[in-house]
Ligand binder design. Structure first.
Ligand SMILES: [Fe+2]
Length: 353
């Protein structure tokens, strides 16, 4: 596995680049805006294709690179299902898998530092965000933090992982880079408590100053901007009501989501499944989806979870010369809110060929 721990010295943030092989798909965890060029350079040098950018939680001490990486690489932006961040194109829930080619992380909901905090686990390591730090824990005094929930997240979730699991946090202020679950259980001063009450008292007594960047970082991280706004301005978006009223026979409806999302949230009847990462080969000359659109003369209508992946798909299809490409604004989320019918059994018809 390719594994890189990258450091932003201004905010003392660790970001992690993961891939299974040179030339393969890559994922980045907790990227920092000011380091974007460095990430892209490394991704080029390793001949990787960035397909997912993930934030463990809404950061208060630095601006995320999620929006910038989306704009520069058309990658999928991922956070937990509790996240209210606008640009998130895929939301994961506790127990779901976060997958790229050859790498599959388990999402573990670990609230407490914030109410949208997740950890992501591989077999031998866990990315703990600001939930569990090396010889510390993330503060719980803002952003809907809750020391009681954090105690539960740490003691009943993270410390239940195998002792030898490597702990990679989102920050370190002392220069440590990695720890283990056993080491933190034994030596993390915050974890030497006898009860949840003792932990709550300890955390509530910290009286920390707010992060320097907080007033800038939190609003910036909440509003990274939507890819679908530009698509709507070009007239390439359909609202759920417009799609319901449209002549569906004249269109090819394409579901860009992953199998897990389709199983969990259902599908719109009659849609073809073309996972978002396969779009470039599908839209290229000789690509299956391109061939299908050209042969049938039908409009391509993309949809996904929230309308962000599908907006980027419209852009890619238009760039590839498919002038009829449209998308369903707001995705499955908006479709359900508009009372659209949802098919539960995830029949998975593939484009012919
Ligand atoms: Fe944080």
């Amino acid at each position: 596995m390719i594994f890189r721990q990258l450091f932003d010295s201004v905010s003392s943030t660790y970001s992690y680049l993961l891939a299974s092989r040179l030339g393969g798909e890559a994922l980045i965890i907790d990227p920092v805006l000011e380091r974007t060029e460095r990430y892209l350079q490394l991704i080029r040098e390793l001949d990787l294709k960035l397909v997912k950018a993930v934030d463990t939680h809404l950061h208060a001490d630095h601006v995320t690179a999620l929006g910038a990486l989306r704009d520069l690489t058309s990658c999928i932006t991922v956070m937990g299902e509790q996240s209210g961040v606008d640009c998130v194109s895929m939301r994961v829930a506790d127990g779901e898998r976060l997958t790229i080619e050859g790498v599959s992380l388990e999402a573990i909901y670990t609230p407490g530092h914030t109410d949208d905090s997740y950890s992501f686990a591989l077999a031998d390591r866990v990315f703990t965000g600001d939930t569990l730090l090396i010889r510390g824990t993330g503060r719980t005094d803002f952003q809907n933090g809750d020391p009681r929930m954090q105690y539960d997240s740490i003691f009943n979730r993270l410390l239940k992982l195998p002792d030898e699991t490597l702990v990679f946090p989102a920050h370190d202020y002392k220069g440590d880079t990695v720890s283990t679950i056993a080491e933190e259980r034994a030596w993390n001063p915050r974890l030497q408590v006898k009860s949840v009450e003792e932990y709550v008292t300890l955390m509530n007594g910290l009286n920390l100053p707010n992060p320097k960047m907080m007033d800038v970082a939190v609003p910036a991280n909440m509003r990274q901007g939507l890819a679908q706004e530009a698509i709507a301005a070009r007239g390439w978006a359909l609202t759920p009501a417009q799609w319901m009223a449209a002549e569906a026979a004249e269109a090819l409806l394409i579901d860009l989501r992953e199998p897990g999302e389709r199983a969990r949230h259902g599908v719109i009847a009659g849609s073809l499944h073309v996972p978002y990462p396969t779009l470039p080969e599908n839209l290229a000359r000789g690509g299956v989806l391109r061939g299908l659109a050209e042969a049938s003369g039908k409009t391509l209508v993309f949809y996904c979870a929230f309308g962000e992946r599908s907006a980027m798909a419209v852009r890619a299809a238009q760039d590839a010369g498919l002038a009829t490409a449209r998308h369903l604004a707001g995705g499955m989320n908006a479709w359900k809110q508009a009372g659209g019918a949802v098919q539960r059994e995830a029949a998975d018809p593939q484009p012919a060929g």
